[in-house]
Design a protein around this ligand. Structure first.
Ligand code: NAI
Ligand code: MG
Length: 395
C-alpha cells in the first residue's frame, strides 16, 4: 500500500504531549507514513486572530488524514482580551477550531467507541443483587452527528428584527412577544434530512460489519418533535435495509438514568450533535473517562482522529509528563481502522488491553490519585512509560 501522509495537529497543552506518543505506537506497529506538522489552536489565535490557519486546512485538503491532540478554548470576551495588542478591537472573533474543522470538511460522522478494558480500575461497577459487585462489560459505540443541531453556531443575543419577525410567525412565540430583543438569546437546532440519514446509515453499517445486535436512536422526539422526529423517521427508513439489527429508541434524559443500570445492553447509539456529545461523555465515564475516550470525525474526503479530552493546561508543563496517552493512541488506532489497516489497529488495542489487565504500569488517573508532580513518586507511570509498555506488548 502506498505510504500515507498524515497531518499532525498537536494543538495546545497536553495535545502536544500525547500526539507524539501515538506516533511512536503507529511507528512501532509498522504503519508506514510521513507526518507533516500543522498549527492549530490558542497560539494561532493570539498571534494571528485565527485559531485555524488556512495552511492547516490546505494540508488536510491535500492529505485527507489528520491526527489532532487538543486545543485550549476560552469564552468570547476572555479570548478577545488575550489577542496580541495590535489585533485587539479589530473585529476578530474567537471560534473553536475543532468545530471549525468539522464544519469546513463536513466531518459529519463522529464515532466514539466506549469499551471497557478488563482490569481497568476505573471501570464502572454496581451492586450485585446478591451482594458484592458486578462489573458489566461495556461495549457501546456512539455515532454523533457532528456538524448540525445546537452546535452549528446559528445563534444570536439580541436577534435582528428579521429573525424576530420570522419567529413571530410561530404560534409559540407569543410567550416571548413582550420581551425586548436585547433580553433574548437564541440558539437554533437545525437538522437536515441528508445529515440525519448519513449518521444513521453510518451507524447501521458499522453495527452490521461488527456484528452488533442493535442500534439505539437517543434523542427526545416527544418534545423536540421536528428535529428528533426527523432523526427517528430516518432511522426507521434506513432500518428497512437492516432487518437483522434491532432498532431501539431512547430519550436522552432516560438514557442517562439507564446508563448506570444496564450499560451492557447498549451497543451502537446514534444521536444529534449535542445529545451525542452528552451521551458519549457519559458512556466514556463508565470505561475510564478522559484518559480512555477516543474519537473519529469522518467526512466523505477528510477524516480527523482525536481524543475527546481537552488541553488540561494544569498538566502541560509537568516534566516528566503524567497524562494518560491511551485516549490518543486509541484514536490513532481508529485512523488505522479507517484506512483499512484493521490488523494493526487491533494489535494496538490488544496491547493496551494487555497493559491494562496486567496493571503494573498505570497512569495517575488509573490509580485514582490526584495528578501533579508528586504522582510519579506515588507510583504512577509517566506518559512515556505507558507508551513504552504498550509498544512492548505489540505482537
Ligand atoms: P480537559 O479535558 O482538558 O481536562 C479535564 C481534566 O481531565 C484534567 O484536568 C485532567 O484531570 C483530566 N484529563 C484530561 N485528559 C487527561 C489525560 N489524557 N490523562 C489523564 N487525565 C486527563 O478539560 P477542561 O479542563 O475542561 O478544559 C481545558 C481546556 O481544554 C479548555 O480550554 C477547554 O476549552 C479545552 N477543551 C478542548 C477540547 C478539544 O480540544 N477537543 C475538548 C475539551 C476541552
Ligand atoms: Mg464533550
Amino acid at each position: 500500500m502506498a505510504k500515507r501522509t498524515v497531518v499532525k495537529m498537536p494543538g495546545d497543552g497536553i495535545g502536544k504531549t500525547v500526539l507524539p506518543e501515538a506516533i511512536r505506537v503507529l511507528d512501532a506497529v509498522g504503519f508506514k507514513a510521513d507526518y507533516v506538522h500543522a498549527d492549530i489552536g490558542w497560539d494561532c489565535w493570539i498571534n494571528d486572530g485565527n485559531p485555524l490557519p488556512q495552511a492547516t486546512l490546505d494540508l488536510l485538503q491535500q492529505h485527507k488524514l489528520g491526527l489532532f491532540g487538543a486545543i485550549t478554548s476560552k469564552p468570547k470576551k476572555e479570548a478577545a482580551k488575550e489577542l496580541r495588542p495590535e489585533l485587539q478591537d479589530k473585529g476578530y472573533v474567537y471560534y473553536s477550531p475543532i468545530v471549525g474543522l468539522r464544519q469546513k470538511f463536513n466531518l459529519d460522522v463522529c464515532i466514539r467507541p466506549c469499551r471497557s478494558f478488563p482490569g481497568n480500575p476505573l471501570n464502572f461497577v454496581r451492586q450485585a443483587p446478591g451482594g458484592g459487585v458486578d462489573e458489566p462489560r461495556v461495549d457501546a459505540v456512539i455515532f454523533r452527528q457532528n456538524t448540525e443541531g445546537l452546535y452549528a453556531g446559528l445563534e444570536w443575543t439580541n436577534p435582528p428584527e428579521q429573525v424576530r419577525a420570522a419567529l413571530a410567525t410561530h404560534a409559540k412565540f407569543k410567550a416571548f412577544e413582550s420581551v425586548p430583543s436585547e433580553e433574548i438569546a437564541i440558539s437554533t437546532r437545525v437538522f437536515t434530512r441528508n445529515a440525519c440519514r448519513r449518521i444513521v446509515e453510518a451507524a447501521f453499517k458499522y453495527a452490521k460489519r461488527h456484528g452488533y445486535p442493535s442500534v439505539t436512536i437517543c434523542e427526545k422526539p416527544n418534545v423536540l418533535r421536528e428535529t428528533s422526529g426527523m432523526m427517528e423517521e430516518m432511522a426507521k427508513e434506513v432500518h428497512a435495509d437492516y432487518s437483522d439489527i434491532q432498532l431501539w429508541s431512547t430519550n436522552i434524559d432516560a438514557q442517562m438514568m439507564w446508563l448506570t443500570k444496564n450499560p451492557e445492553d447498549y451497543s451502537v447509539i446514534v444521536a444529534g450533535n449535542m445529545f451525542g456529545d452528552i451521551v458519549s461523555d457519559a458512556f466514556a465515564g463508565l470505561v475510564g473517562g478522559l484518559g480512555f475516550a477516543c474519537s473519529a470525525n469522518i467526512g466523505d474526503e477528510v477524516a480527523v482522529f482525536e481524543p475527546t479530552h481537552g488541553s488540561a493546561p494544569k498538566y502541560e508543563k509537568l516534566d516528566p509528563p503524567i497524562v494518560n496517552p491511551i485516549a490518543m493512541v486509541l484514536s490513532a488506532a481508529m485512523m488505522l481502522d479507517h484506512v483499512g489497516d484493521t490488523d494493526k489497529a487491533e494489535a494496538i488495542r490488544n496491547a493496551i488491553a494487555a497493559v491494562v489487565e496486567e496493571g503494573r504500569v498505570r497512569s495517575y488517573d488509573m490509580m485514582r490519585i490526584s495528578g501533579g508532580p508528586e504522582s510519579i513518586s506515588k507510583g504512577a507511570a509517566s506518559t512515556t512509560q505507558i507508551t513504552d509498555a504498550i509498544i512492548a506488548r505489540l505482537g
